[in-house]
Design a protein around this ligand. Structure first.
Ligand code: FES
Length: 163
């Protein structure tokens, strides 16, 4: 039985039926936009269910895994890409090596980024640059970025990042 037939069977007036029909149509429209199954990609996936990141990504006890089969992280299978999760920048260098460093610039604490064009770490706030090993290559920063150990699983689909 269709919705209209059901409501008619209840003995409701035409105006009442129209009110129900409009309400039903509006709710359907709202539901379809709110339930969008393809959310916009998040460049900074963070950790938690659905992100492909599991574990501790902030603070001093960094210890997490990155599922590179997850759509948030598949770019790490291509040289010259990176993600930021929590306090950590994880990059696949132009040479195909995985590195993980603190995303927090040692100058004034702003977030850094990986630059594939020069295969280094750059802070756009004041122009500091760091090698992929974390060493300062251009100030005003004077201290190296903290680095983390990255291990790749045998099947190449999971990274483990540890302090
Ligand atoms: S905060 Fe990075 S260079 Fe100043």
């Amino acid at each position: 039985m269709k919705r209209g037939e059901f409501l008619k069977s209840l003995g409701l007036s035409t105006s009442t039926l129209m009110a129900y029909w409009c309400l039903g149509t509006a709710m359907t429209a709202c539901g379809s936009s709110d339930d969008d199954p393809t959310p916009d990609p998040d460049p900074n996936p963070g950790s938690g269910s659905g992100t492909g990141i599991t574990g501790t990504t902030t603070g001093t006890a960094i210890n997490f895994t990155v599922d590179m089969a997850n759509s948030n992280n598949t770019k790490l299978k291509t040289n010259g890409n990176y993600i930021i999760t929590g306090d950590v920048l994880v990059a696949r260098t132009t040479a195909g090596a995985y590195v993980a460093l603190s995303k927090i610039c040692t100058h004034e604490g702003n977030p850094v980024q990986y630059r594939s064009s020069s295969n280094d770490i750059f802070c756009q706030s004041h122009g500091s640059t760091f090698s992929i090993a974390g060493a300062v290559t251009n100030g005003p920063a004077v201290s190296a970025l903290k680095t983390y150990t990255v291990t790749v699983s045998t099947d190449g689909n999971t990274l483990t990042v540890k302090a």
